[in-house]
Design a binder for this molecule. Structure first.
Ligand SMILES: [Zn+2]
Length: 460
């Protein structure tokens, strides 16, 4: 109320109060406060993460994987989302049952903690025996330097630099018997995809300390022969992507904002950081958005993809099945190991930068970087969308010291920075709400060929 000289000024009241009511964003600030309050006061993030972790790794198409799909779908129904359903797809899934690396000699030494990398088939019963050569980091130049001498031998490479799949593809061209990849973790092996589909050349991850000892012996001129034995299964599986919606209303309801995370993990440990944490983060964002007093203009679609770890199978299947809807997707916000929120990025859609700067200003309290990233990495479920020209956005974060355990036997619930990560749920809900409500969509779908050229992506 405005008082002038002790008397209420009706005229000014009329001027002032409506101006306050119609201030852009005032009701929207109220919804933000509801979202943040909902997440901080009633968070189910940790409870959901624990439920997803308890059975162990959620390998695509495995009983644990299917159990996780049902769990997420049940929570979505309980939270009041609509159109909750499963979308099945087919893929070849894989796991190793036994991986053994023996350094031959007197006496022979069995490498502790060796694990097969994804999609390596079983070796013959007696294993593969060959000499080991050091190929440094396994860069294209280093592999070329050892070149033809690799034929029929194992290459010792270090984790980092090129993706392990690229190293393997290059080494296979030189006729390598297989790869030993030295993990950055001293006492554990870190796995990951190594062949695009099941293939016979073994790729084996070994703990850093074991790798350092082998490298030292090779550097001293010693000739080392190893025997690698893998027992692995690869089989046709039918996992499901899990989908739920908060439907839009009015003329923009046909347009869609996607918030996605992969639900599958490797078969090791609990797949807690990668990506139980992302799956539980978007579940919490969904819960909060459904709980507050909000009717979106555009449809908000939440998707939990399976098949990510074996090569983005779930998101690729989704993009194939929904090709005629891609023009209507305003943005895909993909959440993979979110941690505590640090930085918003787009993937080549510079048109969305102004919008993201405005979001950033509203997220100031989360201490997010002022700079908006323009990323080009392709190793998660945003990639199949962005390669079709759809705008992809990520909210990158800091997972804390536990991050080192992703893709290893150490990836457990205790390693997740749960207080930090829950902030990502609130921030993502605020981001998604803005994408769903902004009157004019910030960017259209771009020409995929031109975008791939600009960003240096292969269009596979
Ligand atoms: Zn992941």
């Amino acid at each position: 109320m405005v008082r002038i000289g002790g008397r209420v000024s009706v005229g000014l009241m009329i001027l002032v109060i409506p101006a306050g009511c119609h201030q852009p964003g005032s009701s929207s600030n109220f919804i933000d406060r509801q979202i943040i309050g909902e997440v901080l006061m009633h968070s189910e993030f940790s409870a959901n993460l624990r439920e997803l972790c308890v059975p162990g790794g959620r390998l695509s198409g495995s009983p644990n994987g299917h159990q996780a799909e049902r769990y997420v779908a049940d929570r979505l129904v309980a939270y009041g989302l609509e159109s909750v359903h499963l979308e099945p797809f087919e893929m070849v899934t894989w796991r190793d049952r036994e991986t053994k690396v023996t350094v031959l000699g007197q006496p022979p030494h069995v490498v502790e903690g060796a694990l097969s990398l994804g999609n390596c088939l079983s070796t013959p019963e007696e294993g593969i025996t060959a000499e080991l050569l050091d190929a440094g980091q396994g860069s294209a130049e280093e592999l070329a330097a050892v070149g033809e001498t690799l034929r029929g031998k194992f290459a010792l490479v270090r984790e980092g630099g090129l993706h392990r799949g690229e190293k393997m593809a290059l080494a296979v061209e030189y006729g390598v018997a297989g790869l030993l990849q030295v993990s950055k973790l001293e006492d554990r092996a870190r796995v990951g995809q190594c062949h695009p589909e099941p293939r016979p050349q073994p790729g084996i991850a070994i703990p850093g300390a074991e790798g350092a000892r082998l490298a030292e012996r090779l550097a001293s001129g010693e000739q080392i022969r190893i025997n690698v034995r893998v027992l692995a299964d690869a089989w046709e599986a039918e996992p499901n992507n899990v989908v739920g919606e908060i439907p839009g209303s009015g003329r923009l309801a046909e347009e869609v904002v996607i918030l996605a995370a992969h639900l599958d993990s490797w078969h090791l440990a609990e797949g807690a950081l990668d990506n139980g944490s992302g799956a539980a983060t978007i579940l919490e964002a969904a819960r909060a958005l459904a709980a507050v007093d909000w009717q979106p203009r555009r449809t908000v679609r939440l998707i939990w993809f399976m098949g990510e770890e074996h090569g983005l199978h779930g998101s690729r299947a989704y993009v194939r099945a929904h090709g005629d809807e891609l023009d209507n997707i305003v943005a895909v916000v993909n959440v993979d190991m979110p941690g505590s929120p640090r930085r918003l990025s787009t993937f080549g859609h510079e048109e969305v930068m102004d919008f993201l700067r405005a979001v950033n200003a509203d997220l100031r309290g989360f201490e997010i970087s002022d700079e908006i990233g323009n990323a080009s990495w392709t190793a998660s479920d945003h990639a199949p969308f962005m390669k079709e020209g759809v705008c992809a956005i990520s909210l990158g974060g800091d997972c804390g010291p536990g991050v080192k355990y992703y893709h290893s036997h150490g990836d457990t619930y205790e390693q997740v920075d749960r207080r930090g990560t829950v902030q990502s749920a609130a921030a993502l809900a605020m981001l998604v709400r803005r994408l769903a409500d902004i009157p004019q969509r910030p960017t259209e779908r771009l020409d995929p060929v031109a975008l791939a050229e600009k960003m240096g992506w292969d269009r596979d």
